[in-house]
Design a binder for this molecule. Structure first.
Ligand SMILES: [Fe+2]
Length: 391
């Protein structure tokens, strides 16, 4: 034994993946008790044909479900505080979050804080969750953020004008329900943004310093699936096979990054998102090939090799079989630029409205585990150069 096999541990909620799994949601909730709070977006309640059916199922089972309907914007500390106070008073048995990453993050934070003392802002500053949260069931309606599987919730702190996580395994979902039928109503724009988030999360966790042999398997498969299906799902949102594959790719990506962590793209994405109201996934998608270029230039053999694996997956063609790792790695990067263009998205930060004058503030606020786990070590100067090159 060489002894260099990387040890790891792995965390995950219970996972249910099935077409029309929405019909099973009341049964799953009932495992935790008769009274619950459903947090969802106005879009789902007003537009989804499954919503009335779901509420009818709850009623048939005689479960008391209170609805909390929100607009789809990213959750703030203030919003979490308000809902948490109500949940503490009502002593619900469970919290069900159905929606995109923002809604699931809100529901997760509320469920996690409900049986712990103190405000959301205190937990953003690093206070530990002492008690298990209220059982939380997460149901994503997008295929990309991975929030249904992670142990953190990203909240905007309005007073400090920053985005910070509250974090802890005690707030992780007990069950995550994946139903491709619920993702069909995503617009092409949301499909592209969330899909790029999933792709970025898969690639960043694949080359993360915290990656391990288990997460590598998940990340490789996630990248292959998302690469094969994202454009198809964007082009025809009613293609249920494409929706199913994207949801599966997102699941694998989320299992990978929630264990192996992320990199500089996500390090930058939060400060950029705090300054500009741009969708998180779009920021990630545009930054991804630029950060890959930066990481490739670090000449780290394992990173070059992994990028080459990605390039080879994208080009399933014997003609590419004899290319060097460096060439294949560059093919991977170029292909991501091409994908952005094919979906009508910008390939540079200036296309998102960012200016040179924004860079110092972004670099200043870029920190955290994402940066620590980026495969190439960074300095403020290198980060500034990277963003300048990506403008
Ligand atoms: Fe992300």
């Amino acid at each position: 034994m060489s002894g260099d096999f990387k040890p790891f541990q792995f965390r995950s909620p219970r996972i249910v993946f099935k077409r029309n799994a929405w019909k099973d949601i009341p049964n799953i909730c009932e495992e935790f008790g008769k009274r619950g709070l459903l947090i969802t977006g106005a879009h789902l309640k007003e537009k989804s044909s499954t919503y009335p059916g779901l509420m009818a199922e709850f009623e048939a089972k005689k479960l008391a479900v209170r609805e909390s309907i929100r607009k789809g914007s990213e959750p703030t500390v203030g919003e979490v505080e308000l809902v948490t106070i109500a949940v503490r008073q009502q002593k619900y048995d469970w919290v069900l979050g159905i929606g995109g990453g923002s809604t699931i993050d809100l529901a997760k934070a509320v469920a996690g804080l409900a049986r712990n003392e103190g405000s959301a802002a205190m937990y953003q500053e690093g206070k530990d969750l002492v008690n298990d949260g209220i059982p939380f069931i997460a149901v994503p309606t997008t295929a990309g953020t991975g929030s249904e599987l992670t142990n953190n919730a990203v909240l905007i702190n309005e007073q400090k004008r920053v985005k910070l996580s509250i974090r802890g395994d005690k707030m992780m979902a007990r069950v995550a329900v994946f139903d491709p039928v619920l993702t069909v109503s995503m617009t092409p724009e949301v499909t592209a943004h969330t899909g790029l988030d999933a792709l970025t999360q898969a690639i960043e966790s694949y080359v993360s310093k915290a990656s391990n042999p288990f997460t590598d398997l998940l990340a490789e498969r996630a990248i292959g699936i998302i690469w094969d299906w994202l454009y198809k799902a964007w082009k025809d949102g009613s293609d249920i096979d494409a929706r199913e594959q994207m949801l599966f790719g997102n699941l694998l990506s989320a299992l990978s990054f929630s264990n192996a962590k992320l990199g500089a793209v996500h390090g930058f994405a939060h400060p950029i998102g705090a300054i500009h109201a741009i969708h998180h996934g779009l920021i990630c998608g545009v930054l991804l090939p630029h950060v890959m270029k930066f990481n490739l230039a670090g000449n780290i053999p394992e990173v070059t090799r992994k990028f080459a694996v990605i390039g080879a997956m994208m080009k399933k063609d014997a003609a590419y079989a004899n290319l060097s790792d460096g060439d294949l790695a560059n093919i991977a990067i170029e292909n991501i630029f091409t994908l952005l263009s094919m979906m009508g998205l910008p390939t540079r930060l200036s296309g998102l409205g960012l200016k040179k004058a924004d860079i110092p503030a972004i670099v200043n606020d870029t920190k955290g585990t994402s940066l620590l786990n980026n495969p190439r070590d960074t300095t403020k100067e290198l980060l500034t150069q990277l963003l300048t090159d990506a403008l």
